[in-house]
Write a protein that binds this ligand. Sequence first.
Ligand code: GTP
Ligand code: K
Ligand code: MG
Length: 416
Amino acid sequence: MWRGLWSLVARAARGPCRPCTRQGSGAPAPGSGATIFALSSGQGRCGIAVIRTSGPASGHALRSLTAPRDLPPARRACLRLLTDPRSEEPLDRALVLWFPGPQSFTGEDCAEFHVHGGPAVALAHVEAYIDFGEDDNLEEGVLERADSQVQELEVALNAHLRDARRGQRLRSGAHVVVTGPPNAGKSSLVNLLSRKPVSIVSPEPGTTRDVLETPVDLAGFPVLLSDTAGLREGEGPVEQEGVRRARERLEQADLILAVLDASDLASPSSCNFLDTVVTSAIAQSHNGNSQRLLLVLNKSDLLLAGDLDLSPELPPHLLLSCLTGEGLDGLLEALRKELTAVCGDPSAGPPLLTRARHQHHLQGCLEALGHYKQAKDVALAAEALRIARGHLACLTSGGGTEEILDIIFRDFCVGK
Ligand SMILES: Nc1nc2c(ncn2[C@@H]2O[C@H](COP(=O)(O)OP(=O)(O)OP(=O)(O)O)[C@@H](O)[C@H]2O)c(=O)[nH]1
Ligand SMILES: [K+]
Ligand SMILES: [Mg+2]
């Protein structure tokens, strides 16, 4: 039904008048000699869609669609069978109204078609038909171009979705977990970085049991900093539970701050920590695992000059003294680099997704584009694009249908 109507109005208007155009797509004002048409029942699911035309071709459109009957009496709703003027295929039984100008909304001849079908069925044919041109004889490659535009969109969406975690880290804070053997100075480091006494510090190994999480701004990035129990067998069930939670939190870390006592590197607990946590984290990061690690050798103030018996195999590390603050600037600079890699540099590159809502709509858009590619029928393809457009519009709060769908369908226009 749409094809007949739109093509008819388009064909009729294409004579002495200016080409017909859909209202809302930069259409000329009524009275300019063109015939305009639009869905006047608005967007949204509905059983009946009202299509209104205004301009000198309105009468012609009405006659052609309701042939062989003549124009209905002015301003009276009449039930008519609508048929496709070329194939005479019955399209719909619909109410039609005729408003001869100047007694009409626009002062011009107007016609209304109250037809069945929600916007998805009414408008997709419209979009496809108008943009596909009168005889559906598409220019070569037009459909492929639309498909390739959809493909480009899919690539961009997938790239954003891959980055989604970074955006969320930027928004809710990257998880930085401080870990190491007992008494390495983990809690001292957490208090130093958060500039407040978050954790209890004591010479007693096994002081920290629970995971203590505190939001801080580190080198300009929002971070969730977690202090954890010293990793060892654990004396008693409470400390063992603390160690279990520490290991669990470690797995969720975006960045691991591994702390060792620089004056105690040869101890079994330091060696064991290096061989397990540090070495495996570094190995995984080389295999593309996104988790990153910074090794901090704390208590450097206890080292005498040249006393640092650092075996050459020791991974890249930073020297620090939580007691004197020596090495803190170097650590903050290293943290800035790591966090830029973890969260993305908000000032550069494409906008990062920071909210789950963003991710939801991008995912929804991607799925709709998948349905577009599988759709065999133009109307269903247009509906899939409309759903995709809806998701994007929720993110861009842009104009929605006309804007985005036209971008994809604009190339379907034939010879206008
Ligand atoms: N000399 C010196 N002592 C430090 C330094 N950092 C921490 N300490 C001391 O080392 C002891 C342990 O510090 P904590 O911060 O409690 O160590 P921890 O790793 O949190 O210990 P657990 O929670 O028991 O695993 C405390 O007596 C601290 O004062 C440092 O840079 N230099
Ligand atoms: K301690
Ligand atoms: Mg502690």
